[in-house]
Design a protein around this ligand. Structure first.
Ligand SMILES: Cc1cc2nc3c(=O)[nH]c(=O)nc-3n(C[C@H](O)[C@H](O)[C@H](O)COP(=O)(O)OP(=O)(O)OC[C@H]3O[C@@H](n4cnc5c(N)ncnc54)[C@H](O)[C@@H]3O)c2cc1C
Length: 631
């Protein structure tokens, strides 16, 4: 192989990833006057954000005037089972509405209410109808709008270019090394600040709703550079992904189908979710079919259908039904909207979903039930960042979007990911630009050592196939680090991942550098195995069940773990986990987490505590709330 060509480019800010978070970061940095490069592995417009269907969560109050950022904050923390970073949850709830309105001024055509306001739909775990939507193509409209804006502001786009190394100098990020797929040429970006917005790592599991490029690159790059990751054990499995036909395996069926009236039945035709309502959700979940159907008809009834319980509860219920032998032939259950809504209604509410199924496999969801089961969907954990700025532990390195750990804690509410991209993408871009303006552009880095490593797969005659290793890694994560975990399974997975890590550094790739998907996969595998191992280590450490992290050997939620985060970093001995406490929430925010029904009780208790503390005879701060279990 010839000596590689290197193209060197300089920018104030480099943003890696062109989904919602990356685009929003690039827009903000450019708006501050920074020279910005937006680098993405796929084509512009093909990031996973484009697949988002349900909507963007924001307390606009257009459908329920009673909705406020405080209510959104409470729902977010509750869904995260007290594990969410409350500072980020607050910023998300406070700023999401402004970000949605801003998108509208940039040209996003949201659905409207009869009064001409932005329409908002219901979603599981949100007390009010809160998801701003564009039919079932919200992500597409969001990406289209943000791209137009970024192009208007003069952001330079480098498509089909994977970043495989971050360059550092005296502990600060000074650039990145990438490969342009179409030519095989190497690109060295020199910059004052770099924003990681590379999305999650869901492709590490065998059945996944994620885009092909969700291979955990950003988390691995950040760990390699010295940043810290947190909450990785919390991986959300979307309850309703296709299990059949094979070409649609893993394809997500949006929650909008359930919120529009779709119900889940086992192979015997029974609406089984009523059997799986956990105690903490009983007060707000309908317990009979009649009661659930009344909500669909009127939505005035506060007790929601069990189909709208949090994703982890519904996912585990489906898995339990299938394991009990009441699943379909392909190992799923049936999602049925056809028998509950007219064909015209279904086509009006879910146009893309109808069209996609018809075109890809001839399934008509206005007529037939769909076979679904849980698939890996979203990573709540990621790179640990400063809530206000998105800064990581490495100087000059920022992160936003799914690649970052954030407000979601143990489980994410539908619509909160898109809100997060806008809120924290903007913040990361703003602060990355400010940082780069205070820093002289670093010297050109010597990348010869890194190039050798990236080119090694071409220099082996008898290495392993990257495709075979990918299949082994995905099977390992599916079996050992899936929906329900055990110590035994996790230890076996870690052992296997240790072995895969060594084998990944021995892959061989035939052919040349130009458009070589095998080489790209070989480079992605290096990141995927780091992300997978970090996730398995965190899952082993957390000996309880909370939100999306379920341990069959520790089936209960343990109060002793509340507020404890597991963080992981790379040391000379490899990946190491440790525990950190989330900072205590101030009283004025803690009060917001109390359900409306219990507010009077809480006020009484709180006033009593204040009185006893000021008279010097009791606790200085309120201890636990009277109850935060239901609402
Ligand atoms: C089917 C589906 C439906 C969803 N629906 C909703 C919804 O309705 N509401 C909601 O809130 N959330 C939804 N989500 C979740 C949400 O879409 C994602 O969490 C979010 O879009 C992630 O955005 P992001 O900007 O962080 O990353 P992405 O949109 O995934 O973009 C990542 C970018 O990084 C690039 N990249 C990755 N690695 C590299 C590298 N090494 N070098 C260069 N570039 C790289 C990719 O090419 C891409 O451009 C859904 C998820 C799925 C899978």
């Amino acid at each position: 192989m010839r000596d590689p060509e290197i193209t060197r480019l300089s920018y104030d800010v480099v943003v890696v990833g062109a989904g919602g978070a990356g685009l929003r970061a690039a827009i903000e940095a450019a708006a501050q006057g920074a020279r910005v490069a937006l680098v993405c592995k796929s084509l512009l417009g093909k990031a996973q954000t484009v697949m988002a269907e349900s909507g963007i969560a924001a307390a606009l109050g257009t459908v329920h005037a009673g909705d406020t950022w405080q209510a959104h904050f409470r729902d977010t923390l509750k869904s995260g089972e007290a594990q969410g970073n409350w500072r980020m949850a607050r910023l998300l709830a406070e700023e999401a509405a402004e970000r949605v309105l801003e998108l509208e001024t940039w040209g996003a055509a949201f659905d409207r209410t009869d009064a001409g306001l932005i329409q908002q739909r219901d979603a599981g775990g949100h007390r009010y109808a809160r998801l701003a939507q564009v039919g079932d193509r919200t992500g597409l409209e969001m990406i289209r709008t943000l791209q137009m804006r970024a192009v208007q502001l003069g952001v330079d786009v480098h498509m089909e270019c994977g970043i495989h190394r971050l360059l550092t100098n005296h502990g600060a990020v000074c650039g990145a090394l990438g490969v342009r797929q179409g030519t095989g040429e190497f690109l060295v970006f020199r910059c004052g600040s770099l924003v990681l917005a590379t999305g999650g790592g869901g492709r590490a599991w065998k059945v996944s709703s994620n885009a092909q490029d969700h291979t955990g690159d950003g988390m691995a790059l950040a760990l390699e550079a010295g940043a810290v990751a947190a909450d990785l054990e919390f991986v959300q499995f979307h309850p309703t992904c296709m299990v059949h036909p094979p070409n649609l395996r893993g394809t997500m069926v949006t929650e909008a189908v359930r919120s529009a009236g779709g119900v889940l039945r086992n192979a015997l035709g029974r609406r089984f979710l009523f059997d799986y309502i956990p105690a903490r959700l009983r007060a707000e979940t309908a317990s009979t079919e009649d009661e659930a159907d009344a909500w669909y008809d009127e939505r005035r009834n506060r007790r929601r259908p069990p189909e709208l319980m949090p994703a982890d509860v519904v996912s585990r219920a489906i898995e339990a039904e299938v394991k009990a032998g009441r699943g379909t032939a392909y190992g799923g259950v049936l999602l049925d909207i056809a028998s509950r809504r007219s064909a015209a209604d279904i086509r009006r509410l879910l146009p893309s979903t109808c069209r996609r199924f018809e075109q890809l496999s001839g399934i008509d969801i206005t007529r037939d039930a769909i076979e679904v089961a849980p698939a890996c969907h979203y990573s709540m954990g990621g790179v640990q960042v400063d809530p206000q700025t998105g800064a990581t532990a490495v100087e000059g390195l920022y992160a936003a979007g799914e690649v970052a750990a954030g407000p979601h804690g143990a489980s994410r509410l539908g619509g909160n990911a898109l809100a997060e991209l806008l809120v924290f993408g903007r913040r990361a871009g703003l602060h990355a630009a400010a940082h780069s303006s205070k820093r002289a552009l670093p010297e050109d880095a010597d990348v010869s050592g890194s190039l050798k490593v990236l080119l090694q797969p071409f220099n082996r005659a008898d290495g392993e196939s990257p495709y075979a290793l990918l299949a082994e890694l995905q099977a390992c994560m599916h079996d050992g680090v899936g929906l329900v975990r055990t110590r035994e399974g996790l230890e076996a997975a870690i052992e296997k991942l240790n072995c895969l890590e060594m084998r990944v550094s021995n892959v061989a790739v035939p052919g040349a550098r130009v458009f070589n998907p095998g080489w790209q996969l070989a480079l992605e595998l290096r990141a995927m195995v780091v992300y997978a191992k970090a996730t398995a280590l965190c899952a082993l450490e957390r000996e309880e069940t909370r939100g999306a992290h379920a341990r069959a050997d520790f089936p209960g939620t343990d109060a002793a773990w509340e507020g404890t985060r597991i963080v992981v970093r790379k040391t000379a001995e490899g990946l190491r986990t440790s525990r950190e406490r989330l900072p205590a929430m101030p009283d004025e925010l803690r009060k917001l987490t109390v359900p409306d029904e219990l507010k009077a009780l809480y006020e009484e208790h709180y006033t009593w505590l204040q009185r006893t503390s000021s008279s010097g005879s009791g606790a200085a701060t309120p201890a636990a709330e009277p109850s935060r279990t239901t609402g």
